[in-house]
Design a protein around this ligand. Structure first.
Ligand code: HEM
Length: 206
């Protein structure tokens, strides 16, 4: 294999990012979000960022008690920005922050999540939520910067009580970025490399 072809292949396999970027949407309609995460055990999270700064999410789980999600710099419950809620004849829930990893997260003084809807159908609880990426609240992470693991948890009852071990709680393997990233910086370089070395390869054959 000639050197130009080797370099072209090397440029293609350089990872663009270790974190998963959010794809941005101009119009956000519930139920059809472009970004998603699945626990593999019944907990589903999907989202879009609308108008550049509004995070819209759908969270659901195959259970009828409370469900909760969190944003964290690690895969631990402690130091996690959370939302907990569910359906109990109507929507309920709160914006909180888990300071420790063993007790119910306290309610934030500033409630920055909006519950758009909450349903319980066929044993599955589904909530539509929205929140500004950057709320200005000291107990909310600024999601317009940084990378976060997604955490989830749920309880068997509507009252917020211990989720239990095992599938009652968990975390994503990868981090997610919610910031607007127009074009990954490595992409133009990669395209240039492909074009340039493809051209060179064509000429070398003559
Ligand atoms: C009712 C509120 C909650 C209580 C009482 C509670 C309690 C606990 C306790 C005692 C543990 C350690 C035992 C274990 O490993 O399961 C734990 C772990 C964990 N919790 Fe919670 N939790 C609550 C809410 C949440 C929420 C809302 C989330 C995320 C959205 C969460 C995510 C986790 C995770 C990922 C772990 C395992 C990692 C770790 O030990 O930090 N918890 N929780």
């Amino acid at each position: 294999m000639n050197i130009s072809r080797k370099i072209a292949i090397a440029l293609c396999v350089v990872p663009l990012s270790l974190s998963v970027n959010t794809s941005y949407s101009a119009s956000c309609s519930p139920g059809g979000y472009a970004n998603s995460f699945s626990s593999g055990t019944g907990f589903e999270i999907s989202w879009d960022v609308c108008a550049g700064n509004l995070l819209q999410m759908e969270i659901s789980n195959t259970s009828t008690g409370w469900i909760g999600i969190g944003f964290s710099f690690d895969q631990l419950m402690a130091n996690t920005d959370v939302f907990l809620g569910g359906f109990d004849g109507g929507a309920y829930g709160y914006d909180g922050f888990a300071f420790d990893g063993f007790s119910g997260p306290p309610v934030d003084a500033s409630q920055d999540f909006t519950i758009e809807s909450s349903t319980e159908v066929g044993g599955t609880t589904t909530m539509e939520l929205s929140r500004l990426l950057s709320t200005g609240d000291i107990n909310d992470f600024d999601l317009s910067i940084g990378e976060y693991y997604l955490l989830w948890a749920f309880g068997g009852l509507d009252d917020f009580a211990f989720h239990g071990v095992g599938d009652g709680r968990g975390f994503s393997a990868e981090t997610y970025s919610f910031a607007a990233v127009p074009v990954p910086p490595a992409l133009p370089l990669m395209l240039f490399g492909l074009g340039f070395f493809g051209f060179m390869g064509f000429h070398n054959r003559k």
